[in-house]
Design a protein around this ligand. Structure first.
Ligand code: ACM
Ligand code: ZN
Length: 366
């Protein structure tokens, strides 16, 4: 099925419907999964209504066309977009809660913000113009970390977000934020000077600026709203915010480092088979994907509690394990479901089954 629907704005928009999201939640509930991490903003689209900043969806939820395949340089010429209203998001949160699932929203900052910049170009270092990105990857255009208006914008956006999502944890992203625009930007450089952020042998001044920025958001969310933040493992670079939980995706090292520092961590390493947007079968016959290979046996074989943390007595700080299903190559619901299952069912098993028992299950020939 191809989910195509008109929202009455004269274009054709596509996104997963509320009912489809509910179907994933049903599947999660059936398999004892209890957290749904919902990544709702990207360079290629902003997918949640924010009442104070209507252009985030009026402009930021739509792109004029999409690159064909893996950044082939050719485009499909078809408008794409769509977003969830706050009422729809609340409906999903309530539906999940009835099934003992907490939805943890992610607004990814300060990178992966090109769609927001298209809507509000004054939030970027150059002032734009920017477009909602038509291709995949990591945009060099990110939020300006030297502009107080940006912090005000984020506080306003998160204030609306936490009214919709009562989760005690809020995901602030923090991954893949190129520093090229910050290096050139007078405001970012002024902030670096004023805050006394200095490069050291491990981190550049701009990496320290990213930490400063994430820590400002952590302070706001914890002091004003009593929330804990989760960030991708880049938030370790240049100093970890006090209450932060680290989501370890570039291997297990970030999660191990966080736990050894007394912070909570969630394991979702690509090296452990947790990126289920990768191929699960023969890449020669499967539809295009981001690449890489994650057969069911690999997901099943992952042990989310590294031995080294058992040795240091910090294993209890591993709060959970997650698979990631990034959907840029999931052109329709059938393909998305094919990639999700049965691998998320293996996730449920590795989350709940004692290691000695789960090892017995690995019987798929390799
Ligand atoms: C990520 O996969 N960029 C967290
Ligand atoms: Zn800047």
């Amino acid at each position: 099925r191809d989910v195509e629907r008109s929202r009455g704005l004269g274009d054709v928009y596509k996104r997963q419907t509320v009912d489809e999201v509910k179907t994933y939640i049903d599947m999660m509930a059936l398999h004892n999964m209890n957290r749904f991490h919902w990544h709702i903003t990207e360079d290629q689209g902003w997918r949640l209504e924010i009442k104070k900043y209507p252009k985030l969806t009026e402009i930021g939820s739509k792109r004029t066309e999409t690159v064909i395949g893996r950044n082939s340089g050719e485009y499909d010429g078809k408008p794409y977009g769509g977003f969830y209203t706050q009422e729809e998001a609340k409906e999903i949160v309530a539906y999940a809660a009835e099934r003992y699932i907490t939805v943890i929203p992610e607004i990814d900052l300060p990178g992966h913000m090109q769609a927001a910049l298209a809507a509000y170009p004054e939030l970027g270092c150059t002032g734009g113009p920017y477009e909602v990105w038509r291709q995949w990857g990591v945009s060099e255009d990110v939020l300006c970390a030297g502009n107080d208006q940006v912090l005000k914008f984020l506080e306003d956006v998160y204030a609306e977000l936490i009214e919709i999502f009562p989760s005690e944890y809020i995901h602030v992203g923090g991954d893949e934020c190129p520093k090229s625009s910050w290096k050139e930007c007078p405001l970012c450089q002024k902030r670096i000077r004023e805050e006394g952020l200095k490069a050291d042998k491990n981190h550049s001044a701009e990496e320290k600026l990213q930490s400063y920025f994430v820590q400002r958001m952590e302070k706001y969310l914890s002091e004003k709203h009593g929330k804990k933040i989760i960030g991708w493992d880049e938030i370790l670079e240049g100093g970890l915010a006090p209450s932060a939980t680290v989501m370890s995706w570039r291997g297990e090292e970030g999660g191990i480092a966080a736990a050894n520092m007394g912070h909570e961590a969630i394991m979702t390493p690509g090296s452990g088979g947790m990126y289920i947007d990768q191929f699960q079968g023969d890449p020669k016959i499967e539809p295009v994907s981001i690449g890489g290979s994650d057969p069911l046996s690999r997901v099943y074989a992952y042990n989310p509690i590294p031995d080294t943390l058992v040795a240091t007595g910090k294993a209890n700080l591993i709060k959970g394990v997650q698979t990631n299903l990034w959907s840029e190559y999931m052109y329709n619901t059938d393909l998305l479901e094919y990639r999700a299952y049965p691998r998320v069912l293996a996730l449920a098993e590795i989350g709940w089954t004692p290691l000695a028992l789960s090892l017995i299950h690995i019987s798929e020939p390799t």
